[in-house]
Design a protein around this ligand. Sequence first.
Ligand code: S3P
Length: 169
Amino acid sequence: MKKAIYLIGFMGSGKSTLGKALAEKLQIPFFDLDDELIKTYHLSIPEMFEQWGEEKFRTQEAEKLREFDLSKAPFVLACGGGTPCFFENMVWMNTNGQTLFLDPPVSILTKRLAGSEDERPVLKKHSQEGASVHWTELLKKRRPFYLQAASRLASGSPKLDEVIHMLNS
Ligand code: S3P
């Protein structure tokens, strides 16, 4: 495994949890795209959305994604839930590494996302009282991007050996 491994999927799909465990098992570095943005700009994700608006957030996110030094691969990078859906990021990731779509059942996402609106501005927008569009609609719109990944994992609690096998095949 010499390439960058990009974990993608909706909020709450377990990208960071799996990413850390996978990186530890493979003894390679783990990064989280949101955390890298937070470190660079000294702002929380909700602050970025408040101060910049989503458009600038997406620009900075795409830039940060491309800043990872591919000569230092392999590493695991957990992307944000929206990363694959902007600026040809999916094409870029597929060209430069291995993409894995974490696709647990909606019932699991619902449980994991409950109460996390304050840290997830995109979710907040879709969960506010009176919001006409539920986040599951956003998930539907994003699916075609996620499905461009080289591999897809439908389990809510994937086994590491299974993931490694998938990445090697
Ligand atoms: C977003 C997901 C978040 C974060 C930002 C936007 C999205 O990451 O990048 O709040 O558009 O789905 P997580 O998927 O890690 O929650």
